[in-house]
Ligand binder design. Structure first.
Ligand SMILES: Cc1cc2nc3c(=O)[nH]c(=O)nc-3n(C[C@H](O)[C@H](O)[C@H](O)COP(=O)(O)OP(=O)(O)OC[C@H]3O[C@@H](n4cnc5c(N)ncnc54)[C@H](O)[C@@H]3O)c2cc1C
Length: 309
């Protein structure tokens, strides 16, 4: 056993093995702190077939490749990665006690990097994952709107979310259709006028099937079928901040974890970074927040006890 494995109290437990959690683990391990990463293998980054906007990879990098490189980098400096879901957390004096896979771990600080889950259109998991892998189903116009430039694009949604997503995509292509999933749009007058002015088509739905093909996705309503190069669901997402609320730390109305400029939550010793915090929902932002969080953790621990070798 290594010195690190023998430790029973971790300097930091990182919950989440996506870009935020792994960046923090790299920083923390290189600050000579002991760090355990918990990862239940549901990173949004793992779904990225090829990212073309992540700086430093001009030919693109897939989400799984990026995560594998980051895991190897964190492990090189001594971070341990535990492939388990954290199911419970509580404060035990100055320490945090975490429950996972029938076991427990203690840590002086905790970084929450649990991300969000996109709400999915009604499709089987297999059809969904194949469609994402082929790029006919996309979740992030900030990431990959460029890839659908001048192509026919559908946006599945309505209301302010659907309107904003359709408007955003209009800067890439003239051919945008906003499709109401359940039948009937819930759009304010100003939004309807905005869609008309921008030449965005409006389909009232309801959607009866979504069939991914090799390079198109067919969206059918009772009235007609649309063949889109890509469909963007604008159905919102669920923030994975349950562990934070268990500890009584503040979250926003939408469930995002509230943090200060150094990624500290309102609960002492508890930090958060990445999509779980309000932000751009991008790898670069998750990494930036994680670097700030890890450095705050290091400096806050140093206030309690000098870090010397
Ligand atoms: C299809 C798709 C394409 C995208 N393309 C791009 C792109 O090209 N460029 C870009 O910048 N961004 C892209 N994004 C967005 C990007 O994936 C996210 O912004 C990024 O993954 C956020 O990192 P994160 O670490 O905050 O969260 P995540 O990557 O979602 O990681 C969260 C981690 O927390 C873990 N977890 C959650 N709860 C628990 C628990 N209780 N116990 C243990 N582990 C837990 C999960 O297993 C996971 O490891 C894309 C997203 C999608 C869905």
């Amino acid at each position: 056993m290594t010195d690190k494995l023998e430790k029973t109290i971790w300097d930091c437990a990182v919950i989440g093995g996506g870009p935020a959690g792994l960046t923090a683990a790299i920083y923390l391990a290189r600050y000579h702190l002991s760090v355990m990463v918990f990862d239940d293998n549901t990173s949004r980054a793992a779904m990225i077939p090829m990212s073309h906007n992540h700086a430093g990879f001009p030919d693109g990098i897939s989400g799984p490749d990026l995560l594998a490189k980051m895991r190897a980098q964190a492990q090189r400096y001594g971070a341990l990665i535990q492939g388990s879901k954290v199911t419970g957390i509580e404060k035990d004096g100055d320490l945090f006690k975490l429950e996972f896979g029938g076991d427990t771990a203690s840590a002086r600080t905790v970084l929450i990097a649990t991300g969000v889950l996109n709400r999915r259109p009604p499709m089987s998991t297999t059809a969904h994952d194949e469609a994402v892998a082929r790029g006919v189903l996309r979740y992030c116009p900030v990431c990959d709107g460029f890839e659908v430039s001048d192509r026919a694009v559908g946006v599945l949604g309505t209301g302010a979310k659907g309107f904003k997503e359709a408007k955003f995509l209009r800067s890439y292509t003239q051919d945008v259709t906003l499709v109401a999933p359940d039948g009937g749009h819930d759009l304010a007058d100003a939004e309807r006028r905005g869609l008309e002015e921008l030449g965005i088509k409006v389909e009232a739905g309801p959607v009866i099937s979504i069939e991914p093909g090799e390079d198109i996705i067919t969206v059918s309503t009772a009235a007609r079928s649309y063949a889109f190069a890509s469909l963007y669901p604008a159905l919102g997402s669920d923030v994975r901040s349950g562990l934070v609320t268990t500890l009584g730390a503040r979250v926003s109305d939408g469930g995002c974890v509230a943090v200060d400029a150094h990624q500290r939550t309102s609960a002492p010793g508890l930090y958060a970074a990445g999509d779980v915090v309000i932000g751009l929902d991008q790898i670069s932002h998750a990494m930036g927040q994680a670097g700030v969080a890890a450095t705050a953790i290091r400096n806050d621990l140093c206030e309690i006890e000098a870090l010397v070798r």
